[in-house]
Design a protein around this ligand. Sequence first.
Ligand code: FAD
Length: 395
Amino acid sequence: VRRVVVVGAGMAGVQTAVALREQGFKGSVTLIGAEPHQPYDRPPLSKAVLLGKAEGSAFDVDFEALDIDLQLGREALGVRPLEHELDTATGPEPYDVLVIATGAEPIQLPGAEGVPGVHLLRTLDDAERLRPVLAQQHDIVVVGAGWIGAEFATAAREAGCAVTVVEAADRPLAGALPAEVAARMASWYADSGASLRTHARVERIEPGAVVLDDGSRVPADAVVVGIGARPATAWLAGSGIALGAHHEIVADDHLRTSVPDVYAVGDCASFPSGRYEDRLLVHHWDNALQGPRTVAANIIGEAPAAYDPVPYFWSEQFGRFVQYVGHHAPADATVWRGDPAGASWSVCWLHENRLVALLAVGRPRDLAQARRLIEAGTPMDPEALADASKPLKAA
Ligand code: FAD
């Protein structure tokens, strides 16, 4: 392999380029990204960057020193695998190996596209448009009580805005966590002074208000939509690269796509997890850090082990540090550590007495211990596990 082209200059694309150099790849590395900005990290966008506590979140990577040819403001439009060419807005780019890391794009509320005062939160440009909205202490309606909605509501409350969060389900994080766990997080909204309205759908957006399906009008100088993201793969139509039901690139356990010499990594791709006997589509930062190491090792011909991470993510919301490790789908038992009405607690998910996932609120030590126990697959004693005063350890 002489020429690697990486498309998408977010976390996964940048990490792939860097990992190639770290692992000794001597050929050319071209990193192509649609956004005009120096590559940056997204988690701070809904936290410090939004509040103006940090100017930006550019990655601390010296692309020139690493001999990475960084091409910003260049959008990829298609792939022709037989010719080994990527088509872009400024002409074709030949590759020996192509890595697709185009991430995900936020889902817009139907009918809200182009409506003044309606915002999404995915890019640096989005965050910069939202900063003055917070500074003006507007009335804000957040659509969706997911991870982004909760983090945005946190920042908006901190900035002194009146915040109503509108959620179609009966609880926050309905798509991410089981009901008994997510229900514990509903009170966090009110504690912070935000109003959470569940079972509520947006009927339409009018100047100055959001009208809900029960006819009620919620004052809104601005609306922030946080109803999920979908892999940015529309540009691959006709390429022959297999996509899945969620528009994601269907990768194998080495992050190879269905087409030779093309890999996919980060938010845009799903992969089979041997550990969980499930196909995972992970939209979190850690996956965009770990996956690229496997891709780079494959490219340089190291024949690495299958990509089979224990997924991890964190969220900072309503003054709490929330962390999750593992995958709770296969669980057959749940064990609580600490009082979920209190400031810090964890919940453990077990499958045949082995830990498969843990959610920690303000208990980072539980998280660190759980990660090791999940990786090792050690049998646990559920009774001992429930004692929050003791560390998590094997039976
Ligand atoms: P992206 O970061 O989406 O990067 C993909 C890049 O590809 C983009 O720059 C895009 O412009 C570019 N691109 C797309 N299509 C094309 C094309 N056709 N041609 C060229 N370039 C293209 N995760 C956590 O674990 N914890 C957090 O607290 C957390 N907070 C977050 C807060 C916010 C506001 C957001 C948006 C995400 C957050 N995440 C968090 C998720 C995490 O940021 C993502 O999982 C991570 O950014 C994925 O990296 P990626 O490189 O796969 O995709």
